[in-house]
Ligand binder design. Sequence first.
Ligand code: ADP
Ligand code: MG
Length: 605
Amino acid sequence: MTDIIHLLPDRIANQIAAGEVVQRPSSVVKELMENAVDADADEIKVIIKEAGKTLIHIIDNGNGMTETDARMSLERHATSKISKTEDLFSLKTMGFRGEALASIAAVAQLNLKTRIGENELGSELVVEASEVKSQNPESTPKGTSVSVKNLFYNIPARRNFLKSNGVEMRHIVEEFQRIALSRPDIAFSLYQNDLPSYQLTKGKLTHRIVQLFGKNYKEQLATVQESTPHLSVHGYVGKPESSKKTRGEQFIFVNNRFIKSGYLNHAILAAYEGLISSDHYPFYVLMIEIDPSHIDVNVHPTKTEIKFIDERTVYGVIKAVVKQALGAHNLRPSIDFDLDVNFGKGPPVSGNFENIRDKKYSQYQTFGSQPSPQDLRRIEKLYDTVLKDKDPAKVSNVELTFQSSANDLMFGHGESDQNRSFTFLLHNRYIVTQVKSGMMYIDINRSHERILYEKYLKQLDTKRNASQQSLFPQTVQLNPTDYALWQDIKDEVASLGFDIEDFGANTIVINGYPSDINDLDEKQLFEGLIEQYKIFSSELSLPKKERISRSFARRSAIKSGTFLDDKEMLALIDGLFGCDNPNFSPDGQLTFFILDLNKIEQFFN
Ligand code: ADP
Ligand code: MG
């Protein structure tokens, strides 16, 4: 029998290794940026086309490589960063496994140009799928330029597996931000399809934070600074009031390397206890310096997870210093966040709510209060939907026949005095109305969300775009992540009635907004939509249209605690029972229930 075990050809071994290192375009960006940082560059330029699917090009002004090193750098396990075992325990560099370049070269078309300071001429290497096509002397600036074209071109299955440009770009920006934050002493720039997304100049960490996340972060930061025998920490944490509902702006670095640590995140959140509500996340950038022999970096192949030898001490120190930082800023403890947003805070201040009401609910004016054949059909549908519901347990098992006077009320037949006696607002949160079998309680916020949700879904299907022009078009500067996200959903956003123009370089102009929304600020409206869409996208794996409809409905629905007048209440009831599925809010919560007369009687017995 002949031997059957043989060595894998290098090319295949490299492809397999690549699977570990190169998962998506952002992994390439990370590895190449880290190499540039390790090469002591103080200026690093990142050029991306089509979210890295066609081009990732990183240019640095670092040490460069000799001709031989350039050739060697593409070999697997070729690294200049460790030469003996002990080095592993005192790592100061980002990379050390010597796998990145070899892996990238195995799954793309790679062009490497590099020159060291002493030499006048550098060299250029062209590689495709691990095969060196050419190596020639080349005049090139000091430093290294690596361009990676058509990632995964030779592995179609992986290429097809890549997500939309919006998603892939988001990952790239994430990696870019992490490395940029870790080294404010290096100038970084990011270009996306030829347009600059970021141009970060050298400076202090605060400066970098502001350049990355916006000017308003300046006032939001509390300083962290502490040295203990075990470790030292410095950085910034966001003041509680600047916390957000979406994650994404939490950064922990250990010895300048971004890491993910649920454990340390927990320590930081524990320091915020009582200061922010449990569904909010604070901003933080913490730089931890610790003796490398006290950590084990190698637990994860892409090295974003590390293990501390003495976890508990690290936890305790981090919690204490963050707490101290927050205290030092004299932050008053908040009262009760759970009572905040979604629940009424007592009657709204007069004048203020008038304004909101007029603007927000004018969409109802179109419903009018005169009865119409549609009204009749809607009310019939109410009986149908509720009574024929497949899951009777979910619906109050009551007879839903309205008294004639209640019918009148719903159709607006009755005198207005009479209306008031049958429908009223309870604590600005519920509409209470009499039905034949008892009292119906309608949750205003949930019902309105249901109404809007169905309406937006239909708009997205018909692509009907009812837009009104803004008197003063607003320019909005988005961050690159949100910009990429918007590009992903811009057709749908247009169908909702937004008239938005793309100005490139993360800038858009809002020329018009949905005509049925007279919200106070179309910029806020749009940003709210994006923010909500992000939240839902991370929580739900629903089709895009559904996510958008839900997001916009959530954002523009009447909030609990808002005063409604009779006309508005009737319009809301009308709208709810005109829905295909009036029983539940889009996320499946009960929109109304009926307190049965029998139940009421029971109370008295
Ligand atoms: P590692 O970073 O783990 O050493 P890589 O495959 O990323 O492995 O790189 C291999 C080697 O190529 C590095 O050790 C370094 O010597 C050299 N190298 C890679 N990128 C650069 C660069 N931008 N500038 C200078 N040298 C580089
Ligand atoms: Mg490397």
